[in-house]
Ligand binder design. Structure first.
Ligand code: TYD
Length: 132
């Protein structure tokens, strides 16, 4: 499952604000937040899927491109809007490309970091999808 969601903007004459809350604007319990920034030129990241983890990615500044692959089809999604979130379910191969120098990509996750939840081999990912 992958889906872009609109995040509610709480703006007034002073500027903009977005609030993210467990189980309301974010459809899971948030256990972990990390952000990727200061990405060097031509660097791509990711190249993995998760067995169980669910995430919401928000590009709070700048832009980047996510390549999402459910094992059947691939989608390129540009994130360049802090009032937009990208939900990424489990068993989605993801790659992150084309980071602008000012890109801050924030990721909310429903579980703590667990290396055992990672699938880092694309062939293994395809195998798991095909055996589902
Ligand atoms: P990595 O998995 O390479 O990041 P990405 O897939 O976004 O390119 O993570 C970089 C390092 O940080 C790696 O050694 C694992 C570690 N890490 C944590 O300790 N906790 C975390 O929540 C994350 C996302 C990574």
């Amino acid at each position: 499952m992958m889906k872009k969601i609109k995040l509610k903007m709480l703006g007034d004459e002073r500027g903009s604000m977005v609030v993210l809350e467990s189980n309301t604007s974010v459809p899971f319990e948030i256990k972990r937040v990390y952000y990727i920034f200061d990405t060097k030129n031509n660097v791509s990241r990711g190249f993995h899927a998760h067995k169980e983890l669910r995430q919401l990615a928000v590009c709070v500044s700048g832009s980047c491109r996510l390549l999402l692959d459910d094992g059947k089809s691939k989608k390129n999604i540009i994130l360049n809007n802090p009032s937009e979130g990208l939900l990424i379910g489990n068993l989605i191969w993801r790659e992150m490309h084309d980071f602008s120098s000012d890109c801050v990509l924030m990721v909310l996750a429903n579980e703590y970091y667990d290396e055992l939840d990672y699938i880092r081999d694309y062939e293994k990912f395809k195998e798991i999808i095909n055996n589902k």
